[in-house]
Design a protein around this ligand. Sequence first.
Ligand code: VG1
Ligand code: CO
Length: 661
Amino acid sequence: MKFSCIAVAAVTISLLPSFASTEAFVPRTVSILTPREKYYAPVKNLYGGGQQQHLAASSSSGTLAEIPTSPIPGMKPGTSGLRKKVEIWQGIDDEIKEKYYVENFIQSLLDTAKANNKGEIPKTLIVAGDGRYFNDEAIQIICRVLAGNGVENIWVPRSGIMSTPAVSAAIRTREGGSADGGIILTASHNPGGPGEDFGIKYNENYGQPAGEEFTDALYERSLEISSFKTVQGSPDININAPAGTTFSLSPTSAVTIIDPFTEYVKVLKESFNFDEICEFAKHPDFSILFDGMHGAGGPFAQRILIEELGFPKSSLMRCDPRPDFGGCHPDPNLTYAAELVKKMGLKSDGSADESAASTAPTLGASNDGDGDRNLIAGAGCFVTPSDSLAMICDNWKAIPHFEKAGGLKGVARSMPSSAALDIVAESLDIPLFITPTGWKFFGNLMGSKEQFDKRDYTPFLCGEESFGTGTDHIREKDGLWAMLAWISILIDANKDTAEGQPLIQVKDVVMNHWVKYGRHFYCRYDYEAVETDAANKMVDLIRDNYINGDLSALNEDPSGIKLVATEEFAYTDPVDGSVTSNQGLILFFRYANGDDARVIFRLSGTGSAGATIRMYLEKYEKEKERYGEAAPSILKSLADRAIALVQLQELTGRESPSVIT
Ligand code: VG1
Ligand code: CO
């Protein structure tokens, strides 16, 4: 079955030279990283009749086919997309030998999208990934299934790599916002490579992550499907072809290679003052360091920080995407971004290593595998994500996107994030929303006017304790945005700093904020790969004994830290009224001196095996003398008290967490 793969002369003159000039493009081989059988033996022609037929087409001869399959259990997307061990997606896992894992999932996704779109298959979809192991092969498979289902325009970024925020920007604005959605191949902050994770997220037509209604319907569909549609006999698309190249897969479907950067660079330029940042980049005392963790954010950092803003190349580390993230865990926190943390003059508990802090860069940042998370640090100063969010909110005037509109009209945080934002929102008199964990819950708030014609909350700022920060410039969290926000805050803080005077540093901004609002000591313990049964038992115990139990019957503890109230968090979406329950078990404590504190337990929804228990600790402090202390030590006795109450050690066998951040 020969298929002519035609590079149609559709290269737009304006696009190609600008793309060709960027050094950020890393050509990738279209290598299939693992052997996958060429299995598409046709059984049924889509156009009826038992005989397979060539489609009458002038330039293409791929054959549409419908392949029988059977439902595969467990395709329930979690907090953000479906994540599994890569061997499962590849269909080579020893236990779950399912050749059609990707196809089943994508067919279920398309059926759901079609049902949501008055029975019409989406016309234009983006397919892009974070470059992890199996990225390129999955792109080829997905493009065929999309074409088999009649998706007319399939946009694939050159090199196959695009950060999640860049996909959101392209869905919203490319060709006037004509994309119906984006399929993003990533397991985000989870490691990649053989034996590690692969995943798929779906973003809808305003660039927002698919909501629970969509992912629940997708899951239901995955339990019913009996066939998938695809195109047979077509050679692989050359994902390294220049932007503008099109490949016809069927008479009605074509893949267009797009420039990954265009729309994203444009929305960032609208959000910040690039000229001012360019100027500040030349300041002899100002330097930055960005750790791309070998994920999708690297080429975007290269493009924006180096090519657009003029920072020296030495400002980047690990910015070349690698299928296994160079063996690292691409999660930007104090543990996994250890090298950057050290270079910023910090110890692994987030406190300053004074001997190294004096020579550290002014500002350090990192992102995760798909470029949507961020870690922010100044020289010798780690900024917790919850603090960073509150500080960005307080400094809204430094950010042109907010300043142009006269200020923020809405802010939000996930429930387990600290209440640092709440105090600022109250003092600025801005509506505040507290949502369940996961970016999808911010989507409706940002789209309240745009999608639902209700009250406008934009400009909007939101974030999560898990190193996610973002605004309505797109509908995703955005790692590079956070770095540019902090550069802008530093520029603003130094607008009156005379030449030759030392610059106001991140640590000064942070301390001034605490002095103004108090400090929320905060940290999170993660217990990874716990046995699912043990984790569930612990959750049941918390519900039975504390959420529904009698707290007055509890014995006094020598620590003096008393459990005074509890709550299981549920959320009613203020925009569409949908209700989401079981979103975290909250234990409220009171210290002997009257101080209040809070501990939350939640099971992660992004793991691929076993369970991860997350314990979130928070204590508000108004005593200025204590602001300099490290959060993990301040919160240790609270952690011990909570761990004992929920019998974490007895039930899971874990003496200490896998990560404290
Ligand atoms: C985690 C974080 C959550 C975040 C999600 C997706 O979810 O806690 O805040 O939105 O990951 O982030 P969970 O269910 O494991 O706690 V990303 O950058 O991995 O898509
Ligand atoms: Co991510």
